[in-house]
Design a protein around this ligand. Structure first.
Ligand code: SAM
Ligand code: DTB
Ligand code: SF4
Length: 314
């Protein structure tokens, strides 16, 4: 019997992560098979419904107004357009649709519109997810009542590295929102970004904080930095695929029930690398030509790989 634990220590996480690689992957694949159907992959689609012009200074982000990038501030998408995209995503096999906005927090004047969008997407029989920045208790409750399934709010990295990548909010702000989300009865989707120059200890700290939440996140997106021209964040030249694989495997072992999602950066992985991640316990992807502002892995290529590996969409 594998126990679900919320008290993993940094030392334990380090010992898991630092095992000889094939022992680690054997361990994580074994855990994976105890908790999940290893052929089933959760498919999630993303849509940026309010792009650019964000007041936060996240150094990796194309949408921050602090940097000159190819992404400019756009108005909020109209509900008909959003619903069209949601229907397409469902037709292409997505079970979850994630609505993203470039906000620090949902402005009160936008709340009614957001609730209406959530109600409508929900009616398409899709799990609705939102990623819209910080939330008050009241806002979280309103989102839940409108039928929101999950809220995405990433810790991004470990607490000691956080102020190197963002100065306009604190790590505690992030944890506070995650608690508010959980208290409102919403599922949490929370993970981070690798390849930003963080140390292994920063990754362990992030994994410890995710696994210490009262309930483990329903999904854990593992992003690899997509370098954006104009931002301050360059891809760490020392970061390699093996670091990603070790992180995926460790997340799978310490949060056995969660969906571990291969997220941003998947387009730069080859089929073999992706397959190794699926074997190690990744069981979710973002599907569709675009993530938020950057290109994703090609849907046709995903279909081919699913066929080769005998995977099916959930
Ligand atoms: N504004 C909201 C927030 O920050 O929570 C929601 C949107 S924000 C773009 C969602 C997440 O996308 C970020 O927390 C970050 O983890 C990820 N992300 C953004 N830009 C990225 C990039 N260039 N490479 C990898 N992940 C990225
Ligand atoms: C997550 O962890 N990754 C997604 C989603 N949650 C919102 C976003 C990835 C963004 C990649 C860069 C871009 O396309 O702008
Ligand atoms: Fe804004 Fe989110 Fe981008 Fe940070 S990650 S700049 S909060 S859109």
């Amino acid at each position: 019997m594998i126990k679900i634990r919320n008290n993993w220590t940094i030392d334990e996480i380090n010992n898991i992560y630092s095992q000889p690689l094939l022992d680690l992957v054997f361990h994580s694949a074994t855990v994976h098979r105890k908790f999940h159907d290893p052929r089933e992959i959760q498919i999630s689609s993303l849509l940026s419904i309010k792009t650019g012009g964000c007041t936060e200074d996240c150094k990796y982000c194309s949408q921050s107004s602090f940097y000159e990038t190819a992404t400019t501030a756009e108005p909020m998408m109209k509900i008909d357009e959003i619903l069209k995209k949601a229907k397409q995503a469902k037709e292409n096999g997505s079970s979850r649709f994630c609505l993203s906005t470039a906000w620090r927090q949902i402005p009160n004047v936008e709340m009614e519109n957001i609730l209406e969008i959530i109600r409508n997407v929900n009616q398409l029989d899709l799990e609705v997810c939102a990623t819209m920045g910080m939330l008050s208790q009241t806002q979280a409750k309103q989102l839940k009542d409108a039928g929101l399934h999950t809220y995405n709010h990433n810790l991004d990295t470990g607490e000691n590295y956080y102020d190197k990548i963002i100065s306009t909010r604190s790590y505690q702000d992030r944890l506070d929102t995650l608690n508010v989300v959980q208290e409102a009865g919403l599922n949490i989707c929370s993970g981070g970004i690798l390849g930003m120059g963080e140390s292994k200890e920063d990754r362990f700290n992030m994994l410890k904080n995710l696994s210490s939440l009262k309930k483990h996140p329903e999904s854990v997106p593992i992003n690899v930095l997509v370098p954006i021209e104009g931002t301050e964040m360059k891809k760490d030249p020392d970061f390699s695929f093996w670091d990603l694989l070790r992180t995926v495997a460790t997340a799978r072992i310490i949060m056995p029930q969660s969906n571990v999602r291969l997220s941003a950066g998947r387009a730069s992985l080859n089929d073999m690398e992706q397959s190794f991640c699926f074997f190690a316990g990744a069981n979710s992807i973002f599907s569709g030509e675009k993530l938020l502002t950057t290109n994703n892995a090609l849907p046709d290529q995903d279909e081919k790989l699913f066929q080769i590996l005998g995977l099916y969409k959930k």
